[in-house]
Design a protein around this ligand. Structure first.
Ligand code: PLP
Length: 482
């Protein structure tokens, strides 16, 4: 095999060579380099449709890579300090699910915080593992769930010595990190694997003075959203593994659900972005941090908004904070985060990542410019001037401790009936309800519905959160166990 360095992008180079060969396509995709679909060419351009090709010997095969894709995987592993890496084309959802399915099988217990993304609980529906939730502490002022405290993880391990793994968010959407190194040591000393959802943590591998990355902390697997802060195309992701995981088995698990027609647009974007971060990540993320710090200082100057940061660190539930996250509490302006989110888009043409009951999150990444930050800051100042009101009646995002009655898989596949949400208190839910983003379920399959949950759903609907999950698209009825 050819020797590659981080200066190379083997998939990108192979596509370049392939384009020059002018091969006549009698294979899929059927648009045949765009000739069969002129509108697609108008939208995406010749360059793009010309490399939307299928697996073939010169381009390797994602399901069983032996040449350029394998080389790209090895380079990714090296760049991220992992034992091995897999290029993923089904979003970080597919990385998270493959990670859980690799270590858990039916009936196994997994220790995890409840403020996980839906993809984690979806994986439990798929494999039949049992969740052991560690209830995260909540910052009452901000209304956000924090990290898992080491003592809570320890207690969960003592109570469930038969658990097979611990899953950690590193960091949460809002930037909060748990004490990952100590959790890894503790879990490993009890023979448990550690999985990290690093959907919001790509930059931790390349930037300086940021929280520790999962691979560095010794975790066994990490799902890394390269498309979020890493600059690759939407839906592309990396699954990283440490030395304690059998790479061949992980690949088999990935192939249970992964497409056999991996997109070369996504694969090459992963390859190019990995090269960019390996060569220039340190400087790029130094600039991201600088922009985020600048934005935070300016927003805090406006008054009433609270753009929080490392001052929250408390040594346990907020062990560390990712300063690239621009999370801003809006409650003192008298507006829910979701209201500010809507105003920014509808009246200022500014699309931020999400708004919840009390906070907004603006994603600052490799593509941001100072003038855009200035625009966000001045829009926020104007929103305050135009809309500030009394905050009475605004709820903060309470964490509702789940009452798990049956496993997510049992509940999802159980005999069920559809009832109005208002009549559902006391019943066991068989589906998810969540605001998306952030995609953290308000209720998940197998959990008992309480008054607080119903209240929460109504409030989120009233405030205009985009809600998803149930079979009933209007979110008026819920499927519950018979
Ligand atoms: C914490 C977390 N994990 C996993 C995912 C899934 O990522 P993707 O949208 O790439 O499937 C997300 C998406 O927002 C997320 O926030």
């Amino acid at each position: 095999m050819v020797e590659y360095t981080q200066n190379d992008a083997p998939i990108y180079d192979a596509l370049d060579r392939f384009r020059k060969m002018r091969v006549v396509p009698f294979d899929v995709p059927g648009h045949k380099r765009g000739r069969g679909n002129p509108d697609l060419v108008r939208l995406l351009g010749e360059q793009c449709v010309g490399i939307d090709v299928n697996s073939m010997k010169p381009l390797d095969n994602l399901c069983h890579p032996v040449s350029v894709i394998r080389a790209a995987e090895k380079l990714a592993a090296e760049a991220f300090g992992a034992e091995d890496a897999f290029l993923m084309v089904g979003g970080t959802t597919s990385s998270v699910q493959s990670m859980v399915l690799t270590v858990c099988k039916r009936g196994d217990k997994i220790i995890l915080p409840r403020n996980v993304h839906r993809s984690v609980i979806n994986a439990l529906v798929l494999c039949g593992a049992k969740p052991v939730y560690v209830n995260p502490e909540v910052n009452q002022r901000l209304g956000i769930s924090l990290g898992m405290e080491l003592s809570q993880v320890e207690q969960a391990i003592i109570d469930n010595p038969d658990a097979v793994a611990v899953l950690v968010n590193n960091p949460t959407y809002y930037g909060i990190c748990s004490d990952l190194c100590s959790i890894v040591k503790l879990a490993h000393s009890h023979g448990m694997k550690v999985l990290a959802d690093e959907a919001h943590g790509t930059h931790l591998y390349f930037g300086e003075n940021l929280p520790i990355s999962a691979m560095k902390a010794g975790a066994d697997m990490a799902a890394v959203s390269m498309h979020k802060s890493g600059g690759s195309l939407t839906q592309s992701s990396f699954l990283l593994i440490g030395p304690g995981i059998n790479a061949g088995y992980a690949r088999q698990i990935i192939n249970l659900t992964q497409t056999t027609s991996g997109s070369y647009l996504l694969l090459s974007s992963l390859d190019i972005s990995r090269r960019n971060l390996a060569l220039r990540g340190k400087e790029e993320y130094a600039r991201v941090v600088e922009l985020a710090e600048y934005a935070r200082a300016e927003i805090n100057q406006i008054g009433d908004y609270y753009a929080y940061s490392r001052e929250l660190i408390n040594g346990s539930s907020i062990y560390d904070f990712d300063v690239t996250k621009l999370s801003v509490n809006t409650l003192d302006v008298g507006l829910a985060g979701i209201e500010v989110y809507d105003i920014l888009r509808d009246e200022y043409d500014i699309q931020i990542e999400f708004g919840d009951f009390g906070n907004i999150l603006a994603y600052i990444s490799v593509g941001d410019r100072k003038q855009d930050i200035e625009r966000l800051v001045s829009a926020l100042a104007e929103v305050k001037r135009r809309y500030k009101k009394d905050k009475t009646g605004l709820l903060t995002q309470e964490y509702i401790e789940p009452m798990v009655e049956v496993t997510p898989q049992e509940a999802f596949y159980a005999e069920k009936e559809s009832i109005a949400i208002k009549d559902s208190v006391g019943r066991i839910c068989s589906e998810f309800v969540m605001c998306y983003p952030p995609g953290i379920p308000i209720i998940a399959p197998g959990e008992r519905i309480t008054e607080k949950i119903v209240e929460y759903i109504y409030y989120a609907k009233k405030k205009g959160c985009s809600m998803t999950g149930p079979e009933d698209a209007n979110i008026e009825r819920l499927n519950v166990l018979k």
